[in-house]
Design a protein around this ligand. Structure first.
Ligand SMILES: Nc1ncnc2c1ncn2[C@@H]1O[C@H](COP(=O)(O)OP(=O)(O)OP(=O)(O)O)[C@@H](O)[C@H]1O
Ligand SMILES: [Mg+2]
Length: 378
């Protein structure tokens, strides 16, 4: 399909019925700015803000009683000047501590909440004003609040959704079969939703949200409360559906394995602000600089050998962190130093085992949270 070039102000006029729309922003830099012109956006936000008004409640019974009649409010900025763009088919993980503003952002992107200020376009539509047109093109899961109808068996819920979304037969045949096979829904189909366990309900919720092969899947904690093997099942299903329909994926989670297994780009939110936006590889390059070589020795090294080795390692970019008994730990930064350090260690010490360790994504993210988040009551 040849791209149509729209000025940003025209974007909301793009035919809402189109399932996939290629939007190319005409920017001030004109034809010279090929990078921007080449972007086909699924999601675009500019200086997006959301402030909640919260009633002030004083502690104690008296305070609660007074709160009923008082109109005193405090304002809480949950999302602050958030700007990012996601291209069609991208697989983006959205992380941040509890209360960072992830769900609030997803609610604004899906038309559930109206932004306080700023711009947001999803498939060229304003999610709040055009949420009806948008609804048929997106799939949404809020893991903390499953959405299936309570008293109806799963099979009927899926059929109802098929009718509501007017899912074509060929699409339904694929998505339904995939859901039943990959998420093991067979034994659950005749069971009423209210009788399902949390993990079973979550699998059904996910199947329901992707039944119409949406152009964008917004998944807010789709693996919350699932056991390890079901998590694997859910990740494989998400990966499969994303690849099959080239959907855009925006997924929030506190289990970073969800991200490493289904996404290649990361947005990290810190108290409403975007702290990192880039590929997983960039994230690693930026935050996983410290690596370790851990050695097991046949016999402990002498004090003199230890001192000499520490000096030699320093010259090669390493630091002897630990050398006690049979265990030696050397730390270093960057990718290049490992071969020379390893070679030196093997020639100097009676090594019986050696392990090279990289910081994993959990420890990277934990150290970022520790660095950026002073204890603050939200
Ligand atoms: N309806 C609401 N009214 C007032 N404040 C709210 C409301 N919903 C969320 N908040 C506040 O906005 C902030 C962001 O909440 P949000 O649910 O977006 O965080 P989150 O990143 O999704 O957190 P979690 O990882 O715990 O799900 C929090 O401080 C929360 O207390
Ligand atoms: Mg949330």
């Amino acid at each position: 399909m040849d791209p149509i070039i729209w000025a940003p102000s025209d974007i909301t006029r793009i035919a809402a019925s189109a399932r996939r729309v290629t939007i190319i922003l005409a920017c001030k830099g004109g034809a010279g700015d090929a990078r921007h012109l080449a972007m086909a956006l699924s999601i675009h936000t500019e200086l997006l803000n959301k402030t909640y008004a919260r009633k002030v409640r004083k502690p104690g019974f008296g305070g609660a009683l007074r709160g009923l009649f008082s109109s005193e409010e405090e304002r809480h900025q949950a999302v602050s000047e958030l700007s990012f763009s996601i291209r069609r088919g991208e697989r983006v993980g959205f992380i941040g501590e509890n209360g960072a503003g992830k769900s609030t952002t997803l609610k604004m992107l899906t038309g559930i909440l109206m932004p306080t200020s700023g711009k947001v376009l999803v498939l060229g539509l304003d999610p709040w004003r055009q949420r009806r047109q948008l609804a048929s093109q997106i799939g949404v899961v809020f893991g903390q609040r499953p959405q299936l109808l309570w008293d109806i068996p799963v099979q009927e819920t899926l059929s109802l959704l098929r009718t509501m979304y007017r899912v074509p037969k060929d699409v339904y045949d694929v998505t339904y079969r995939q859901a039943v096979e990959r998420l093991d829904l067979g034994p659950l189909l005749s069971v009423a939703v209210r009788k399902l366990s949390l993990g079973q309900r979550m699998r059904c919720d996910l199947a329901a949200s992707l039944l119409h092969a949406p152009a964008i899947a917004f998944l807010d904690e789709p693996t919350i409360g699932l056991d390890v093997s079901v998590k694997e099942q859910v990740r494989a299903y998400i990966r499969d559906m994303q690849a099959r329909f080239e959907s855009t994926l925006l997924l929030t989670t506190h289990d970073l394995k969800d991200i490493t297994e289904t996404c290649d780009r990361l947005l990290l939110l810190d108290r409403g602000k975007l702290l990192f936006d880039g590929s997983l590889k960039d994230f690693e390059r930026r935050f996983a600089r410290k690596r370790r070589i851990v050695l097991e020795l046949e016999r402990p090294a002498s004090e003199a050998a230890r001192r000499e080795l520490a000096q030699e390692l320093l010259a090669l970019g390493g630091e002897l962190q630990e050398c006690q008994g049979h265990r030696v730990v050397v730390s270093y930064e960057g990718e290049g130093a490992a071969p020379a350090l390893t070679q030196r260690l093997l020639t100097r010490l009676p090594v019986s085992d050696i392990v090279l360790e990289k910081a994993d994504i959990d420890s990277m993210v934990a150290s970022i949270y520790r660095r950026v988040a002073p204890a603050e009551a939200q």
